[in-house]
Design a protein around this ligand. Structure first.
Ligand SMILES: C[S@@+](CC[C@H](N)C(=O)[O-])C[C@H]1O[C@@H](n2cnc3c(N)ncnc32)[C@H](O)[C@@H]1O
Length: 304
C-alpha cells in the first residue's frame, strides 16, 4: 500500500479511547429498540501506519500525512476509526463515513467490500459540513434512532454549525478532536493582527468571534507602547473552556478533556465528548480519564 496515511504514535491513544467509548456505548444500547448510527465525519481511509521514529525535529506535524518515507512499509499498520467502529462487538445498525480525499475514499470502498453483507455502510465523498447536512436531513428521530459522531479533523476545519446540527437532531453524541495546539494556536499571532482567512476559519470553528476576547486583551498605553493587543497568559485554557461551554449548551453534557501529547510530551490536542445523557457522560469521563488529562486542579475550574 504505497500511499497509506502515516500517523504519529500518539494516534493510538486517540483510537484506543474511541474504541473503548464505542464499545461502552454499543453495549449500553444493545437491548434497546433504537437503530444506531456511527458517523465518522473525517474518516480517513480505514488504516494507517504508525511512524517508527518518534517525531520529526520540528514537531510541526499533521496528524495524518502522505506516506513518502522510504521505510513506511516496515511501520506498524493500525486500524483507523472506521475499522474500529466496524469491529465493535455489538455493531451499529448503520455506518456513515465522510471523507473529502478521493484516495481515502477509494480505501473506504475497499473496506465496504470487505464488510459487504455484514455492515450497512454509506461512504460520502464530500466535505464534513455537507456530509453532516446529509445525515441531519435523513428521517432520524429520538423515537427511533441513536448515534455517535466522531469529529476528527486535521486541524480547525470543523465548523461549529455542523456540530450544532448534530446536537439539534437530539440523537447524537460526539467525540471531538479539539486541535488546540496542532491548529488553533498556530492561527493566533502575539500581535493580535490575524489574517482575515484565519479569523474566518476561527469564527466558523467557534461559531462566533468570542474566541478573540478569550485570547487577547488590550495592551495598556504607556510611555513605550502604543496600545494594540497582547495575548493573555491563560488563553489556551480559556479557549478550551469556551469550546467546552459551547458543547455543553448544545448537547447538555460535556466531558473532562483528555489531553493527547506527542512523544516528546508536547500537547497536541484534546479529546472531548458531548452528548444528551448523563450516563454517556459518566462513561466518557471514565474512559477519557484512563490516561493523561488536565488533572484535578484544572478540572475543578472547568465548566461542569
Ligand atoms: C485526522 S484524519 C482522520 C483520521 C481517522 N479519523 C482515524 O482516526 O483513523 C482526517 C481526515 O479527514 C479528511 N479531511 C480533511 N478535511 C476534511 C473535510 N473538510 N471534510 C471531510 N474530510 C476531510 C482528510 O483527508 C483525512 O483523511
Amino acid at each position: 500500500m504505497p500511499d497509506i496515511a502515516v500517523v504519529g504514535p500518539w494516534a493510538r491513544e486517540k483510537l484506543d479511547a474511541l474504541a473503548r467509548y464505542l464499545d461502552f456505548y454499543t453495549k449500553v444500547l444493545k437491548n434497546q429498540p433504537w437503530r444506531t448510527i456511527y458517523v465518522d465525519a473525517f474518516a480517513g481511509g480505514g488504516q494507517a501506519r504508525i511512524r517508527k521514529d518518534a517525531a520529526p525535529a520540528s514537531e510541526v506535524i499533521p496528524l495524518f500525512e502522505l506516506d513518502t518515507e522510504a521505510d513506511a512499509d516496515q511501520a506498524e499498520l493500525i486500524d483507523g476509526s472506521p475499522r474500529i467502529a466496524l469491529n465493535v462487538a455489538n455493531p451499529f445498525s448503520r455506518y456513515v463515513f465522510i471523507e473529502n480525499d478521493p484516495k481515502r475514499c477509494a480505501e473506504l470502498e475497499a473496506v465496504r467490500r470487505e464488510f459487504e453483507g455484514s455492515r450497512e455502510i454509506d461512504i460520502l465523498p464530500m466535505g464534513a459540513a455537507e456530509g453532516i447536512e446529509w445525515v441531519a436531513a435523513k428521517p432520524i428521530s429520538r423515537s427511533s434512532h441513536r448515534g455517535v459522531a466522531f469529529l476528527d479533523p486535521f486541524g480547525a476545519h470543523l465548523e461549529w454549525a455542523s456540530v450544532q446540527k448534530l446536537a439539534d437532531t437530539g440523537i447524537f453524541e460526539v467525540v471531538v478532536n479539539f486541535a488546540l495546539s496542532m491548529a488553533i494556536q498556530r492561527m493566533l499571532p502575539n500581535s493580535g493582527e490575524i489574517p482575515d482567512a484565519w479569523a474566518k476559519t476561527l469564527d466558523a470553528y467557534f461559531g462566533s468571534r468570542a474566541w478573540f476576547d478569550e485570547v487577547y486583551r488590550e495592551r495598556s498605553r504607556g510611555l513605550f507602547n502604543s496600545g494594540g493587543y497582547e495575548k493573555r497568559e491563560d488563553y489556551a485554557e480559556r479557549l478550551l473552556q469556551l469550546y467546552r461551554a459551547r458543547l455543553k449548551s448544545a448537547f447538555g453534557h460535556v466531558s473532562t478533556p483528555r489531553l493527547i501529547r506527542n512523544s516528546k510530551g508536547a500537547p497536541l490536542y484534546y479529546l472531548l465528548w458531548a452528548g444528551p445523557h448523563s450516563k454517556g457522560l459518566q462513561g466518557a469521563d471514565y474512559i477519557l480519564s484512563m490516561g493523561e488529562n488536565l488533572g484535578p486542579k484544572r478540572r475543578k475550574s472547568a465548566a461542569s
